[in-house]
Design a binder for this molecule. Sequence first.
Ligand code: SF4
Length: 274
Amino acid sequence: MFPVPTSLSPSRVSAFTDCPMAFRFSSIERLPEPGSVHTVKGTLVHRVLELLFQHPSAERTPQRAAELFPQAWDEVRTSDEFVRIGLAAPQADALAAEGRTLVDRYFTVEDPTTIEPVGLELMLEAPLGGITLRGIIDRLERAPDGTLVVTDYKTGRSPSPSQEQKRLAGVHFYAWLVQQAMGERPSSVRLVYVADRKVIATAPTEQSLSFLPKRTAAVFSAIEKACTTGQFRTSPGPLCNYCAFRQWCPEFGGDPDKAAAEAPVVYALPQSPA
Ligand code: SF4
């Protein structure tokens, strides 16, 4: 009834496990989702850090980051992602200011002059059964002991201690991809929460990585079944408050079969001068 996807990313796997119906709308029917200030801010900070790490280690200073900021901001404010959120000039200025604050704060979390990156915004993929698993790693680096370390920047709030393990569960996916693509198991996967100046990390083991293909294959099998039967379960919960598809969700009286016809083709909001 629906085409079965041929590739999966960690975020798509999470999206299906969070709510199969929302996954249908976003990943199968590919309905457009409005952007958010938060995701644009994240893109901005990621880009500044990517540019920073392209420089020799001694040059990765707060001053150099400040010099690189305008380039990143120009790229972001002319992107479709930014246009979709349709900010007026004062809100755009506020977003840029928050981005600058986050970049400054980054330097209090780690010292980039001591880091030896081997890949930035690195796209990795590996076959698993009949599908391709894909992921983009913010930064892959060599630790002083010669092992590989995966680092993922986060610009949102850090999880509470009771939620940390759940957040870290997904990042084993990245470690597995590195192992498949480069033949080396990373010694650590780190989530760097810039806003909260906090790093949480996990050390992938052979056992934790061997579990991942089994779990992903099980999720893919459930996706395949949902696509062929057309039955995508709803999973009402806190995520419904942020769901872009509520109007077509049966939990809210909507008809999912009308979504493809009724959803806007693009969110063509006017770009504000910034
Ligand atoms: S509103 Fe809730 S249950 Fe419905 S699709 Fe969105 S997340 Fe799923």
